[in-house]
Design a binder for this molecule. Structure first.
Ligand SMILES: [Zn+2]
Length: 183
């Protein structure tokens, strides 16, 4: 996929290996998980019955409590993917988070949770234990560390951009119009 790579006069350039847009003005790509995986897997009817609260803090009857967090993966070339995802947290931490979410004490929040989304292209991270805490008062907490070796590597290493991009490029494909000559 080398869309635009040969546009004279400098349109957007795309990486010849994988199609990542090589745009110095766009180094960050956001991917949003709307629900924790086990909640997404419920029927709509069950969700309506069991989910209490709203994003970014939801309690699910007979399942557990979930908080939305950010997981940042650095890519080669200075790019980054920011995954808005969910973690399952103990009931007391959930209560505490709810209480101080919009208070100055939010900056002191520490969550000890488990990852509640499987995040491609990695596998086996669902349920990985982790620590998350806020970096800024107007942002979700960030996943900072994990005892799971794979998740810790995701947090620490710079990943080959093609692996990550190929898993998520469909989210960022340039919109195609009906009148495009390309069909
Ligand atoms: Zn590439």
């Amino acid at each position: 996929m080398t869309l635009g790579a040969d546009i004279p006069g400098g349109g957007p350039l795309y990486c010849p290996c994988c199609g990542l847009p090589l745009d110095p003005g766009r180094k960050r790509f956001d991917v949003s998980f709307e629900l924790p995986d086990p909640v997404r897997d419920l029927t709509e009817e069950e969700r309506a019955r069991r989910v209490v609260g709203e994003r970014p803090l939801i309690a699910v009857r007979n399942m557990g409590d979930f908080v939305r967090v950010l997981l940042t993966a650095r890519l080669t070339g200075g790019y980054e993917f920011v995954f808005g995802c969910w973690i399952g947290v103990p009931a007391d931490e959930f209560e505490q988070a709810r209480k101080i979410w919009n208070a100055p004490e939010y900056s002191q929040l520490v969550l000890h949770g488990r990852l509640a989304n499987e995040i491609r292209p990695w596998t086996g991270m669902l349920g990985a234990p982790l620590t998350a805490r806020p970096r800024a008062e107007d942002e979700l907490p960030y996943v900072e560390a994990s005892d799971d070796p794979q998740l810790q590597r995701v947090l620490e290493e710079a990943w080959p951009h093609s692996e990550i991009w190929q898993s998520w490029s469909w989210l960022f494909a340039p919109p195609k119009t009906e009148n495009s000559k390309a069909g």
